[in-house]
Design a protein around this ligand. Sequence first.
Ligand code: NAD
Length: 338
Amino acid sequence: MEHEDLTVRRGRRSGLPVIIAVHSRALGPAVGGVRLRRYSSWRDGVDDALRLSEAMTAKCAAAGLAFGGGKSVIALDEDTPLTPSLRQAALDDLGELIAAHDGSYLAGPDVGTGPADMLVLRQHSPHVFCLPEENGGTGTSSIPTAVGVLAALRAGVRHVFGADSVARLTVVISGLGSVGSLIAQGLPGARVVVSDVDSSRRDPAYEWVSPAEALRTPADIFVPAAVGGVFSPETVANVQARLVVGPANNQLTAYLVAGLLAERGVTWIPDFVASAGGVIYTLGREVEHLTHEEAMARVEGIGSTVDSLLGSARTPLDAAMDLVRERLTRPRADLASR
Ligand SMILES: NC(=O)c1ccc[n+]([C@@H]2O[C@H](COP(=O)([O-])OP(=O)(O)OC[C@H]3O[C@@H](n4cnc5c(N)ncnc54)[C@H](O)[C@@H]3O)[C@@H](O)[C@H]2O)c1
């Protein structure tokens, strides 16, 4: 195991498997969100925590943050209804475990949790972020995440299409949730086509395609804004766009898929670079006490990072991993402080 630490508990209040994975604290305390979702086995929840915490190490290092990678998972089974009291009990169980980490792991929201849940966790430990704004936190990180993806997208457009704007380009967005809908609003002059498994998200402002058709839809840019695992050796041939950039975590099923995309002439901007806006902003505001403007300027810096990755002769993923490795071995003083 490459990870520093893995804790798996059956919650004494909820009876649910509660998991915290710490991948690396080489640069500072591990940071990562709390995922609450259904798994066919709790072992799948452990795998998810291990994979996602590793991705958080890369995300923080590529963003120049003095934090490492961690992740929590509350693993629901396929059948048990998630009642408000079960949710509260599971969060209390996890809060106890976060407190036991004593500052070596910092939690925030992820799929299935939000700022209100962070308030419950905060009753157990101060090492919890993204509380609701009325409670002194920065609330949801969707806005800075979308701002960071759009900065990465603009850098990609300059590199791939030699253009300063997205006007007249076709952009397909898969997943019209909190981040995807903000990205859709940030594409002036583009033809925007959207897709979501939840048809209630359909918005007359945009063209609509079914999720099965999204990847095959002729487009200039594809934005994965739903789930991970979109690109595999089997699906690469379906990609129509020349530029792929989006917030979904762990978009590739394997490292080698980045090479397959490059061979097809597709520029894929690594997800852990493009999606770092939320963590950059939240830690900047809540830990470093930056102003909103200072933290947002740091989020916009994702564009410069992408510029330099795309200027490399290597694939963007190889270049990004070089950057991660270099930062993981560099003295901490060069990084944004805790
Ligand atoms: N919110 C953040 O700050 C943030 C930060 C970093 C990464 N991310 C990642 O970005 C992605 C989007 O985040 P979000 O906060 O907008 O989530 P969200 O839950 O608000 O939206 C996701 C949307 O995707 C849809 N969806 C699910 N499966 C789909 C599929 N197979 N095809 C098409 N649509 C599908 C859902 O119905 C939902 O509308 C997630 O993968 C998340 O982990 C989010």
